[in-house]
Design a protein around this ligand. Sequence first.
Ligand code: NAP
Ligand code: GCO
Length: 266
Amino acid sequence: MGFEQNFSLKGKIAWITGASYGIGFAIATAYAQSGATIVFNDINAELVEKGLKAYEEAGIKAHGYVCDVTDEQAVSELVKRIEKEVGVVDILVNNAGIIRRIPMTEMSAAEFRKVVDVDLNAPFIVSKAVIPSMIKKGHGKIINICSMMSELGRETVSAYAAAKGGLKMLTRNICSEYGKYNIQCNGIGPGYIATPQTAALRERQPDGSRHPFDSFIVAKTPAERWGEPKDLMGPAVFLASDASDFVNGHILYVDGGILAYIGKQP
Ligand code: NAP
Ligand code: GCO
């Protein structure tokens, strides 16, 4: 058997949250192509149906469920249902996330709490729900989708940066607490990726010119481009596979070099 088998996910069950489209969909597609059985959820039936159709069109028989990942009771019940209908989750990707771009002094506490609830509390809730079965099974992989904002701040994203910074430390704490059960918990920190979540930052201006933020990010990225969801597929497979069994508590930045670069001279 060749070394490449270490990157196989054959026989594994992978649950990717919020994966009807975007980054989660790309990661789930990579896992399916690597042999895994795909489970995903999204916040409403319409999105789950949209996702099931997209997976079917990609030749993937996915298991889709409606679940708000911030609802601890619903998540607990969903884990029981997944274990009954599909099997014990081997790989969890905490992908579901939201962002609200509002200057901090104009953001309500409720809006701040909502972002933290989805981007930080939910990864806690879902990880807590799957870890006991991973312990019984003797292995598990948890991958938290962090962000550039796990390391950097910028105007208008205070809640998101606080949540993603916290998610980096939750990742390290799950590693610390459950590594002895052969559970590896790592993060992926995508750079600026072209998905619906960043569409507003790439919109063409009325005169047809590029959005100033679009030009800014391209100048800040050595790769001189936005990332695509497909850029995350290989790193995600690595962190879900046996090949990364001694990688734990690590945030793998997939950012085209942004964090290493001062930025192009204007
Ligand atoms: P996206 O296009 O907005 O997709 C996020 C998905 O999560 C959507 O399907 C969304 O459903 C779902 N979701 C939101 N709240 C949920 C909840 N309470 N329960 C269940 N599902 C929920 O985002 P993306 O760009 O693919 O990003 C995916 C992850 O990567 C997020 O954690 C994001 O913070 C992170 N990230 C993105 C970038 C980027 O540049 N795009 C970079 C770094 C990190 P709705 O459609 O209803 O919102
Ligand atoms: C923003 C963007 C970023 C990206 C991503 C970068 O408004 O700055 O939405 O937050 O989504 O998190 O890694």
